[in-house]
Structure formats: C-alpha cells, structure tokens
Write a protein that binds this ligand. Structure first.
Ligand code: PEP
Ligand code: MG
Length: 329
C-alpha cells in the first residue's frame, strides 16, 4: 500500500469528473517539512506557528522566528504555505505568557483567552511575529491566517498590525513580500453567521473542524470519554458546513478545511460532496486521500449529499459507506 501511495506522489488529484482538488498537509515544525516532498502534497494548508512557542522555555526571539519561517518557505519552494499566527493560550499554555491578572488556568480553556484574543491584547507578540513573517517572505508570497476569529473586527485588527509592520519595513526600504494574502479560520460558529461581511476582506477561509465541532456539540475535543460520542458524519455538522459553502457562493474566496476530519476517508467523501475543493490534512493521509479523490465523481456525489442533507437517513455513516462501496470507492 505504501508503495502505491509513493507512486501517487507525482500524480495530481483530479476527480473522475475532472475537478482538481488541492490536497495539502498540516505542519508545525521544521522536521515536518520533509513530508511535503515525500507525499507530494499541494503545499502547507496550515502551518501551526505556535509549535515553536510550545517547545521553547522562553518566548522565541524574532530572529529565531524569522529563521524558521524562511526555512519553511525554502523547503516549500513554489508550493504555497499558509502560516497561522500563534494559537496559544487555553490548553496550549506557555509559562512565559500568562493573563494580566496572574491567573494561569482558565476554567474553560477552549473558550478562554487564547489565540487571536490573546494576540490582540498582547500585541507585542503579534507585532514581532508579523515582522518575522514579512521579513522571512521578502520577495516571495506570504499567506497569513488568523485563528479563532469570532467577529470580523478581530480580523481587521490583526491585519492592521501586519499592515503597520509592512509600512515600517517599506519606510526602511527593506524588501517586502511580493504578495501578501490574508485569511481566517472558521472555528467559532458565530463567525459563520457574518461571513457575508467578512468574506470580501479575505483571500481564503479555512474551516478548522477540530474546534468547530467541539463548539457545535459543546464537547471538549480533548476529553477521551467524548472522542467517539459525536460522529463527524451527521446532520448538524454537515448541514452547518453546507450552509457555509452556500453562503460563499459568488465570493471569490479560496475555501478549505484544515481539521483532522479531512484526513479520514468517509469524512473526506462527505466534504467533497459538500463542494469543498481544498483539504489540508495530516501528512500520512495525503496518499490515501489523493487515491480516494481520483475515484470520486462529483456529479454523482453532490446530488446524493444534498439528498441526505434534505432528508437525513437514520444513520448517515452507514448510508455513506454503502454509497462508497456501490461506487467502487
Ligand atoms: C482546528 O481547530 O480544526 C484546527 C485545524 O486547528 P487546531 O487543531 O490547531 O486547533
Ligand atoms: Mg483550532
């Protein structure tokens, strides 16, 4: 099987009906980057920059951040990399960043002072990261993604920090990136209700199904007792994602999914059926998902999915399993 996936490395993932699906991989450390070449993924759809912070005892200095981002871009070459700004706080806490009042533990870490919420308040952190990313991408393309955006103004505020840093570098006559694209993660359900307002400002949107489903079901993603309880292939999640896809029709926005859901066989079929054309997944899943994409005919799958959404079968997972085997997938 492994050899078969290796053969797929240079094969582009087109569906049977001719739609090119972007199969990208998630990464977080320098060492992860070797998988890009090995798997033949279409770039890094999610680079979790907080990993460098989590493995460090002190705040990584700007030079160190720049070096990492530059190395990542060097390895990626012509393939795109989406850098997600730090998603720390909550359960990914680091000792050198505590909340103002000195409290170290939030009562509900996932719902707490984390990600962009923390980064906008401790804006020194985001300024440094913005400078590091802009300098690392000098003369190249830079894709920046903000995590846990809950309201559109948070995206604007974070982007303004990058704009300020870019202006500073411009005045200093430093080389800037050739192109800068900004995007957001959709992880907080509330954001889905105002996508019409936010979408025109975004180049891309990436659905983080790990956090999104935790919030939709009010079920802690790190609690092993709940890990199997709510199926990703069920009407609430799929109807929610369907509405997100529909609400973006007519916008020129690059929509993808970067949660673990996209790396699972049946879940990936469901996402493709909803009209998602970009998946960023764990490297080990790239081969299997490419193989799967090549067996899919969206002209058959999409109407079937709309049927299941309109009148959900008793068990969505078994319905999808049956459909897959009927279609030789
Ligand atoms: C997600 O929430 O789905 C996601 C991709 O981000 P993380 O897993 O890093 O929270
Ligand atoms: Mg997340």
């Amino acid at each position: 099987k492994r050899a078969a996936y290796a053969e797929l490395r240079d094969v582009e993932p087109f569906t049977r009906c001719g739609t090119r699906i972007q199969v990208q991989m998630n990464a977080g450390l320098r060492d992860d980057m070797s998988a890009l070449q090995l798997t033949g993924a279409d770039g890094i759809g999610l680079f979790r920059t907080e990993f460098q912070f989590l493995v460090s005892a002190t705040m990584p200095r700007r030079e160190k951040q720049t070096r990492l981002y530059r190395d990542v871009l060097d390895v990626a070459g012509d393939k795109p990399v989406i850098f997600r700004t730090v998603d720390i706080g909550g359960d990914k806490s680091v000792p050198y960043l505590r909340s103002q009042n000195g409290a170290s533990g939030d009562e509900n870490p996932a719902l707490g002072w984390r990600a962009l919420r923390l980064a906008l308040e401790r804006d020194g952190l985001l300024k440094v990261q913005a400078r590091a990313l802009l300098e690392a991408a000098a003369g190249r393309s830079l894709n920046v993604m903000f995590p846990m955006v809950s309201e559109p103004w948070e995206f604007d505020a974070a982007k303004a920090i990058f704009d300020d840093q870019a202006e500073f570098l411009r005045q200093r006559k430093s080389q800037l990136p050739e192109q800068i694209r900004f995007g957001a993660m959709l992880e907080v359900p509330a954001l889905a209700e105002v996508l019409d307002q936010l979408a025109p400002r975004l180049s891309f949107l990436s659905i983080g199904t790990n956090d999104l489903t935790q919030f939709l079901f009010a079920a802690d993603r790190s609690d092993p007792r709940l890990a199997e309880r709510y199926d990703w292939i069920n009407p609430p999640i799929l109807r929610f994602l369907n509405r997100v896809v529909q609400s973006l029709v007519g916008h020129t926005i690059d929509l993808g999914v970067c949660g673990e859901m996209g790396g699972r066989r049946l879940e990936a079929i469901a996402l493709l059926g909803l009209g998602i054309t970009r998946l960023s997944i764990t490297p080990a899943a790239v081969g299997p998902i490419k193989e799967l994409v090549r067996k899919i005919d969206l002209t058959e799958l999409k109407p079937a999915m709309q049927g299941w959404l309109a009148a959900p079968p008793e068990n969505m997972r078994s319905e999808l399993t049956a459909w897959a085997s009927e279609h030789g997938i």
